[in-house]
Design a protein around this ligand. Sequence first.
Ligand SMILES: *Cc1c(COP(=O)(O)O)cnc(C)c1O
Ligand code: SF4
Length: 435
Amino acid sequence: MNAHNKYKAFTLANFRQIPQLEQFTQEQLFDIEVVGNVLPFKTNNYVVDELIDWENPFTDPIFILTFPQKEMLEPHHFEIVARLLKAVANKATLNEAVNKIREQLNPHPAGQIDYNIPEIDGLRLTGLQHKYRETLLFFPSHGQTCFAYCTFCFRWPQFVGVDEWKFAMTETETLVSYIKLHPEITDILFTGGDPLIMSAKRLAMYIEPLLSPELSHLQTIRIGTKALGYWPFKFTTDDDAPLLLELFEKVVKSGKNLSIMAHFNHPVELSTEAVQLAIRNILATGAQIRSQSPVMKFINDSPQIWAEMWRKLVNLNCIPYYLFVARDTGAQHYFAVPLVKAWDIFRNAYQQVSGVCRTVRGPSMSCTPGKVQVLGVVEIPFNGELRKYFALRFIQGRNPDWVGRPFFAEYDENAIWLDDLKPAFDQKKFFFEEE
Ligand SMILES: *Cc1c(COP(=O)(O)O)cnc(C)c1O
Ligand code: SF4
C-alpha cells in the first residue's frame, strides 16, 4: 500500500514534525507560526509528499498555496503577533490581538452576510445563499472544513472562528422545501469548506432527497471541491470511495447532471497518478468535472501556467470553467494581480489553446452586484481625445437582466477590484448602481 494515502493533517500544532521542514531555520519556522496564528493553516501528507517541490520551497507555487508566508500579513500586524508569541503571552491576550487583526482583513467581502440569505415564512435559512436566480448555494453544516487550507482562501473567517460557521445548515427538509417553493432554481451548488470532507453516507443523506420527482425542475447538482487537488484518495482508496462513486452514479442515472466543480490552481496538481485515477473514476460514473481557480501572484500569474493547465484538464477530459480575480479579503494585498494583468494573462493563455479549452471564462470578479468579467482594454475617442477604457460585462447578476450587457469603466492600471473602478464617459454611476 502507498504510504501517502493514509490521511495525516498538519496544522499549527504539529507542522514542525514535517520531515521536509528540517532544512528550515528556526526563524523561517517562526514566520510560518506567526502568520498561521492569524490566517488558517492546514496541510496534509499528500500535498507535502507529492505536490510540493522541496528543492525550491520558497518559490514553489504549492508551498506558497498552503504554507503561510511572512508577507501575507502587513508588517505591523506581523510584529504584533511575533512580539506576543515571543513573550509567550497568555491565550486570551493573543486571541484578542489576533481577532483585531482579522477584523481589519475584510472578513465579509461581497456582502455575503447582509444580502443573499433567503427565508421561508420569515425564518432565515442561514445555510443557503440564493443570489443568482437559477442557482442555489448550499453550505452543509458538516462540510465546512477542507483537506488542506489555501493561504488565499476567501472563506478563511469560518476556518479561524470569526464567522462561527454562520453559513451552515443541517436539515435537508428545509432545503427541499425551499427548492420546491422556487421552480426557477435549476442548479444547486454544494459548497463549504469542502463538502467532500463528509463521509459518502452523510453526503448521500443530503443528495438523495434531491432526486425526488417533486424536484424535477432541479436539473444540475454541483459539488464544489478541492478534494481532487488536496486528497484524490477520496475517489480511489479511501474506505468510502466505492460508496461515493455509487452515489455519483445514482445522480447521473436519475437524469440529472452531476458537475464536480474542481478547484485546480496549478498544473502540478494534475500530474500525480493519484489524481489521474481519481478523475477517471469520477468520469466513469457519468459525472462531469469542471475546473475553476483564481489567478494569484506567486502561484499561477503567467499565461504559460494557465495554458498548460487548461490543456492538461482537457486531456484528462475535464472542462475549463472560470478564471477568477483574487477576492478583496485576507491576504489579498499579497496575492493580488491587477485587473489589466489578469486580463493579459487570460488573453495570452486563451490565444495559445484550441477551442476545446476555450470553455473557460474570465477574468471574473465575484462582487456584490454579480460576477463581472473583464472583456479587455479598449481605446475610444471622448471629448476629442483617444482614451483607454475597461470593457466589462456581467456573467452573473443579482438582477438577471444585467447579464451579458457590456459596460465601460475608466482605465486604471492599478485597479484590482470593481470597487477601484469609476464609470466611463463622466457618468456618475454604473448602470447597475441606479437600482
Ligand atoms: C459563482 C456563484 C454561483 C454559480 O454561478 P455560475 O456562473 O452558474 O457558475 C452561484 N452563486 C453564487 C453566490 C456565486 O458566487
Ligand atoms: S479548498 Fe476552497 S474553501 Fe478550502 S481553503 Fe482552499 S479555497 Fe478555501
